[in-house]
Every structure is written in structure tokens, then in C-alpha cells.
Ligand binder design. Structure first.
Ligand code: PLP
Length: 369
């Protein structure tokens, strides 16, 4: 039981709204894979998956250990493991997870294991590199892959997929369209020789926003479910899911010339009231937010962070705010606040969300708006 007062509330209604928003952009038969890697983008992958289990077709996680956590929590939905490694292929099978096989090392290791056990028509996914140059076979690998697949009934290809390098960037439209065409061509080659037609998928959130025609059989939505469409107009249509709250632990009245925090970074020029909040860089708040770059909200007013962000705490200026110890503090509860934190932290919202650490309690709330 985690009784840390700094709590990330996950808004179930917002999650559902966002899912429905993306469904409306797609053909009714297009399947939805919800990406719940990295603890559901810094929240709680298990609670998110339990909430979405009857609303989506697939889940994806990056690593086997994340998929195992979902299975141990009772999730029965198919789970694609995007980045398996040879040492965890056995546990992938034990937990009925579906591996992405992206090179011959992992492909051959899985086929060998499938043969030894032996498995029968075990679902696997094959990834092609179409320009991201991160994971995936090259289309010239097809003949060799097909030869191996024709010799076995231990595995069955559930899907072929690829990943876009710059789906959010309109300047890179030519490159992206080329990736999509390249993928479609690769899939056709694969189909021709395989004798059956696995599902195809290439779009992530901004792919759905900008290239919905390339939805193929399924789309993989991550950040969009959590309220960000990778452009302001889309984000405005989505609802914020991650709300980080805390309380005021202590209030100090500081005289001019006194300082606050490590390295005495804040020096009071006038009588100042500071509030100490139990959230720091170990909870995911960048030190770049210190020294008045970041703020929190207390009783509907902005309170700037003064001095340096500590590991476990921040101090904020509440001189002009009517507040007391124990009052609620909002660290973020909107996409605007999250975007501001990301901008000040010189990063993207993906990192701001996934930085929220395991120490923070997580609770998914659902109810009336
Ligand atoms: C993380 C990830 C996604 C989700 O991307 P979003 O931009 O968050 O929608 C989709 N596919 C792959 C392969 C990923 O690694």
C-alpha cells in the first residue's frame, strides 16, 4: 500500500474519450492496439490495461517484463512485446505474450524454442525497417524468412508491421509516404510467398492524425490515449489523463536576506511565504523547473518554484496565496501545464509523462465529469 500523498490520478473518462476520438477517425473494422509500455506512459500500465481490456483489440509493451506484469494482473487481451531479447523468449511463451521478431538472431532463436517445446501456430509478429533504422528486417530478408516459415507449423505470423520515423512532422511528408509505400510493397511480397495474410499496421498516434488512409488492419495508439495529438488542434480535442496532485507539507515565513533550499539559490528580497511540497526530481520533476521556471497551482493560483528542485521536495512562493499546511497542490492537471513543464524541461511530453516515478501513487478514477 502506497500512502505517499503525491498522487497521480489517471482520469478514466478522459482515457475513454480519447480512445473514442481515435476510433472515429478509423474504419469500424480497424483494430486498435493500446500502447501501455513504460507503465502506461508514466502512470500505471496495469490499471490502464484493466480499464481498456474490453475496449481495445491488443496491447503493446516494450519489454517482456512489462507484459508479464499485465498477465499477472489477469489481463487476457493479446499483448505484443515490441522489443524482446533472446534471454526472455521462454518467459514470453510462458506468459502467452506475442513477440516482435525483428532480426534473424531473435527470429531463429524463437523458431528453435518453438520447435523444442514444441509450440503449435504460436502467434508472432514480424517487423520491417522502412527508414527509422531502429528495429526490423529489411525487405530483402523476405525470401529467407519465408523459407524458414514454410518449414514450420510451430509459429504463425499474426502481423507484419513497421514504425514511422516522423509521422508528426508535415515537413517530412514525402519521407513518411515513402515509408508507408515501402511497407505496403513489402507486405505484398510477403503475402505472395507466405500463403496467408497476417494483419498489417504502421501508424502510431500522429500517424493516425496525419495519415489515416494508411491504417491497414490495426493502429498503435500511445500518447493520444493519454491526451496528446502531437499538434495543438488535435490535442485540444483530447482530454488530459494524467493529473499530479500533492499537498503543502509546511509553510515558512522568510525575512529579506534569508534563503530557500540547496545552494541558497533563492534569496528573499522582501518578506516571503514559502510552501514545501513533497515532490521532487526523484518523482519526475526536472531540476530545470527550479528558480521560478516552473509553477504549481494552489487554491486556483499559480505558485512559482523557488530555489532548486530537491530530490524529494520543491519549495514554492505562496506569499500572495491564502493557503495553509495540508492544502491541495496541483502539479499538473491539463495538457497546457504538461506542455509547459516539457518546454521548460527542454524535452517532449513523452519524457515528462514517463519520468513520473514509481514512488508516486497511481489511481485510476472513473465517474461523472
Ligand atoms: C511507442 C510506440 C508506439 C506508440 O507511439 P505514440 O506516438 O505514443 O502513439 C507505436 N509503435 C511503436 C513501435 C512504439 O514503439
Amino acid at each position: 500500500m502506497n500512502n505517499h500523498v503525491t498522487v497521480l490520478e489517471i482520469d478514466g473518462n478522459a482515457l475513454q474519450h480519447n480512445l473514442e476520438y481515435f476510433k472515429k477517425k478509423l474504419q469500424p473494422e480497424t483494430k486498435i492496439l493500446a500502447v501501455v509500455k513504460a507503465f502506461g506512459y508514466g502512470s500505471d500500465g496495469v490499471q490502464i490495461a484493466q480499464f481498456l481490456a474490453d475496449k481495445v483489440d491488443y496491447f503493446a509493451v516494450a519489454y517482456a517484463v512489462e507484459g508479464i506484469a499485465l498477465r499477472e494482473a489477469g489481463i487476457k487481451t493479446p499483448i505484443l512485446v515490441l522489443h524482446p531479447q533472446t534471454p526472455n523468449l521462454k518467459s514470453i511463451i510462458d506468459y502467452k505474450l506475442e513477440p516482435n521478431l525483428y532480426n534473424f538472431k531473435i527470429f531463429n532463436a524463437f523458431l528453435k524454442l518453438a520447435d523444442e517445446i514444441p509450440l503449435m501456430n504460436y502467434p508472432i509478429h514480424i517487423k520491417f525497417n522502412t527508414g527509422l533504422n531502429r528495429l526490423g528486417f529489411w525487405h530483402t530478408d523476405i525470401p529467407k524468412i519465408i523459407t524458414s516459415l514454410k518449414e514450420t507449423n510451430h509459429v504463425k505470423v499474426q502481423s507484419l508491421f513497421s514504425h514511422l520515423a516522423a509521422s508528426e512532422d508535415v515537413e517530412e511528408q514525402d519521407f513518411t509516404v515513402n515509408q508507408i509505400n515501402n511497407f505496403a510493397y513489402t507486405a505484398q511480397q510477403f503475402y505472395k510467398h507466405l500463403g496467408y495474410e497476417p494483419m498489417l499496421h504502421i501508424l502510431n498516434t500522429s500517424g493516425v492524425v496525419n495519415y489515416a488512409k494508411a491504417q491497414f488492419d490495426m493502429v498503435r495508439v500511445g500518447i493520444g490515449l493519454y491526451g496528446f495529438g502531437n499538434d495543438e488542434k488535435e490535442t485540444a480535442q483530447l482530454k488530459n489523463t494524467h493529473n499530479l496532485k500533492s499537498i503543502i507539507s509546511q509553510i515558512h515565513l522568510i525575512e529579506p536576506g534569508e534563503t530557500v533550499g540547496y545552494n541558497r539559490a533563492f534569496v528573499a528580497k522582501k518578506p516571503t511565504k514559502s510552501a514545501t511540497i513533497p515532490v521532487g526530481h526523484a518523482d519526475g520533476l526536472s531540476r530545470k523547473l527550479g528558480n521560478k521556471k516552473g509553477f504549481v497551482i494552489i487554491n486556483n493560483q499559480k505558485a512559482k518554484i523557488i530555489g532548486n528542485v530537491c530530490m524529494d521536495m520543491i519549495m514554492v512562493d505562496v506569499t500572495k496565496i491564502d493557503c495553509k499546511e495540508g492544502d491541495e497542490v496541483i502539479i499538473f492537471n491539463s495538457q497546457d501545464m504538461l506542455q509547459h513543464i516539457a518546454d521548460v524541461s527542454e524535452t517532449i511530453v513523452y519524457e515528462t509523462l514517463t519520468a513520473i516515478s514509481q514512488r508516486v501513487s497511481k489511481i485510476l478514477k472513473q465517474g461523472k465529469d
